[in-house]
Design a binder for this molecule. Structure first.
Ligand code: ADP
Ligand code: RBF
Ligand code: MG
Length: 173
């Protein structure tokens, strides 16, 4: 008799439960929408601005998509395509009543871009949303997510998505 005790993915070194999420049938997932105002906590509390989508984008997500932290690519209007991390869920630390999709873009912008069009491509899944006993612990977790995203997006498979047609700026006819 063969008992499979701890099956690990050699590549990701993740337990099996995590693999099913990192290899989600929904990825890559492309989203587009306007950047709207949130609660203003990203920059103020966390030192990490997150561009929020309106409710209609949140409601367009596949119903079975796992909430949590994703990494991928982002483009504001017709600008360059940058690395990003996105949090999808209810932010248990803040106990939000409404699900949100918020994207932190790893690029220094000269100012806010509320009202702009934001395209994102979710490439991979990092972890589920967690509650934390302090704001500092949440900030540390986000810093680690950003480092993990930076690294994962260097993989050739991830890089091909940076130049996907979705981000091509077609001239208006
Ligand atoms: P809100 O709660 O209104 O989303 P945040 O404090 O999270 O406020 O800040 C998000 C806003 O900051 C975005 O909507 C965008 O206009 C701006 N911003 C500036 N730089 C970035 C960045 N690198 N990533 C995401 N948003 C950014
Ligand atoms: N909020 C949580 O309550 N738990 C989390 O585990 C969590 N992880 C996040 C990871 C990243 C990369 C980002 C950008 C945000 C995360 N948030 C999380 C959301 C955070 O609470 C939210 O950005 C702020 O409340 C500002 O809207
Ligand atoms: Mg935000």
């Amino acid at each position: 008799m063969v008992i499979l005790q701890t099956i690990k993915c050699l590549h990701l070194n993740s337990p099996l439960s995590a693999i099913s999420k990192t290899m989600s049938k929904f990825l890559p997932l492309f989203l587009e929408g306007e950047v709207v105002k949130g609660f203003g906590r990203g920059s103020k509390d966390l030192g990490c601005p997150t561009a929020n989508y309106p409710l209609e984008v949140v409601q367009s997500l596949p119903k079975d998509l796992d909430p949590g932290v994703y990494y991928g690519w982002a483009q504001v209007d017709t600008g360059s395509v940058h690395k990003m991390v996105a949090n999808i869920g209810w932010c248990p630390f803040y106990q939000n009543k409404q699900m949100s999709v918020e994207t932190h873009i790893m690029h220094k912008f000269s100012g806010d871009f509320y009202g702009s069009n934001l395209k994102i491509c979710l490439v991979g899944y990092l972890r589920g949303e967690k509650n934390f006993s302090s704001l500092d612990d949440l900030i540390e977790a986000i810093k680690q997510d950003i480092a993990n995203a930076e690294q994962n997006l260097e993989q050739p498979q991830a890089k091909t998505l940076q130049t996907n047609n979705f981000f091509a700026n077609k001239p208006a006819i």
